[in-house]
Design a protein. Structure first.
Length: 279
């Protein structure tokens, strides 16, 4: 029998886990209606199996009650601090965008022209073009100067990511709604740390030379042995694509939490033209 790979359990979408209790509640209601229909069609079965009928009824009541209570409590919790959750997610979006745009720019694939949605979309397309991005990463890793720039970039991105995680992780993981979203961002910075440590070991920066030599041994090389440039390239591509995906997904989730229309409604009413002329 093949052994299942152990790892984090993830939903396909950052939004999927929000529907979990609703699915459980819906299934419980369907089972309840099915039992009622069965009782109407063949009531003799339930009367002959009173103990089984009682157990089934109890399980249905417990499942429906738990699903409803969980959904109500979770919704109240989301609504109570929705603005804070949106702010935190947008902070995660900004940090993720720094990762993939930084790698894209260092690889020489950042689009030219004015900043805006079109430039951002062009950058996203370049990141999702795996062969093109991998070729650019190969070219970057072949240059000693750009490898040093990559090393310094990863160090800066890690520092920024750690600040964001320290600021928001403790708050966000207290809600099951956002815990998985945060865990995906933790994965991004874990990958950055893992491969940044490879460069710390093989190509230490001047400021790292004062550290004890053995402290620079990378967890990556400790676990897998010497790391080839091809493997490093593949992981850099994966990091950039993960960051770009988290950028888009977290932004969409943030906009669902507090729609833009709500922010617009908080603006003061503008005086009419006639009132402006009178004043």
């Amino acid at each position: 029998m093949a052994r299942r790979t152990v790892g984090p359990r993830r939903a396909d979408s950052l939004r999927t886990y929000v529907r979990a209790t609703r699915i459980i509640g819906g299934l419980s209601v369907l089972v309840l209606f099915g039992a009622i229909a069965w009782d109407l069609v063949n009531d003799g079965f339930w009367s002959r199996h009173a103990l089984f009928a009682s157990l089934v009824a109890s399980l249905i009541v417990v499942a429906v009650t738990a699903a409803v209570l969980n959904e109500v409590l979770e919704r109240r919790q989301r609504e109570r601090w929705s603005v804070l959750a949106q702010y935190a997610l947008l902070d995660f979006v900004r940090a993720a965008r720094l990762v993939w745009t930084g790698l894209l720019e260092l690889a020489g694939l950042a689009p030219d022209g004015e900043l805006g949605d079109e430039a951002l979309s062009a950058g996203s397309e370049a990141v999702r073009d795996t062969p093109r991005l991998a070729a650019a990463m190969d070219e970057m890793l072949a240059s000693a100067d750009r490898r040093e720039q990559l090393h310094r970039l990863i160090a800066r991105l890690l520092g920024n990511g750690q600040e964001v995680l320290v600021r928001w992780a403790d708050v966000m993981v207290n809600s099951g709604t956002y815990a998985e979203a945060v865990d995906r961002h933790v994965e991004l910075y874990s990958r950055l740390y893992w491969w940044g440590s490879v460069l710390d070991e093989t190509e230490p920066l001047e400021e790292h030379l004062s550290r004890p030599r053995l402290s620079r041994v990378s967890p990556a090389t400790q676990a897998t042995g010497p790391v080839e440039d091809e493997w490093l390239r593949d992981n850099l591509v994966a990091i950039a694509q993960l960051a770009e995906s988290l950028d888009r997904g977290s932004f969409e989730l943030a906009m669902r939490i507090v729609p833009l229309d709500w922010w617009t409604a908080q603006l003061p009413d503008r005086p009419s033209t006639a009132e402006t002329l009178r004043t």
